[in-house]
Design a protein around this ligand. Structure first.
Ligand code: ADP
Length: 209
């Protein structure tokens, strides 16, 4: 199964991917995670995208498409995948069509006020990338990852100024993909407002239909 997770930042795409991966046995491919790894490792790609990401803007299409092409050529993708955070523009969606045939696009609907609350409280593990929220999904011990005991941090793009840029960017550049995929009959829209277990249930129901 080849799935795309679409929705504003903070819609829960990463969280639901982590939960769904165990159940469906599909690799979770997050362009955000791939870019963050490149930044952390100081690769040439990482140096190019660091400031763009911190500001909340989008990495240029060519770089992003190249990264995804490379990732989708790896062996583990033969069983399918969950693509989280790609495509984010119409040119990216057009490029993806040339590489693979997508089964469904899951559109997570969440209001802006909830997005702001989720992103401003989000914390991430420095080592494994696991996502927490100070109120909604706190770790057992404050500031420490339950999985590997590493320190939790606030992403640069989860700071207030960047959150607004990301929301605006989403509405302008990514939201047009909702209609684009609806016209192709691939769109499944679910309410992403609830707690992760509820959203996971809605997702499972949607892909079974
Ligand atoms: P979120 O969905 O929470 O905004 P991601 O982790 O998916 O965050 O992405 C973080 C950042 O990585 C984006 O703000 C953007 O700068 C960059 N990025 C990720 N995916 C793409 C993409 N498909 N096209 C362009 N930039 C991307």
């Amino acid at each position: 199964m080849k799935l795309i997770f679409l929705g504003p930042p903070g819609a829960g795409k990463g969280t639901i991917s982590d939960l769904a991966v165990d159940k469906l046995g599909l690799p979770h491919i997050s362009t955000g995670d791939l870019f963050r790894a490149a930044v952390k490792n100081g690769t040439p790609l990482g140096l190019k995208v660091k400031d763009i990401m911190a500001s909340g803007g989008l990495v240029p299409d060519e770089l992003t498409i190249e990264l995804v092409k490379e990732r989708l050529s790896q062996k583990d993708t033969a069983v399918g995948w969950i693509l989280d955070g790609f495509p984010r523009t119409i040119p990216q969606a057009e490029a993806l069509e040339k590489i693979a045939s997508v089964d469904s696009v899951i559109n997570f609907e969440v209001a802006d006020a909830i997005v702001v609350d989720r992103l401003s409280g989000r914390r991430m593990c420095k080592t494994c990338g696991k996502i927490y929220h100070v109120k909604n999904m706190p770790p057992k011990k404050e500031g420490v990852c339950d999985v590997d005991g590493s320190e939790l941090y606030i992403r640069d793009d989860d700071k207030a100024a960047a959150i607004q840029v990301r929301l605006d960017t989403y509405r302008k550049q990514t939201a047009p993909l909702i209609d684009w995929y609806a016209k192709k009959g691939k769109l499944l829209t679910i309410d992403g407002t609830g707690v992760p277990a509820v959203t996971l249930g809605l997702f499972e129901k949607a892909i079974k239909k």
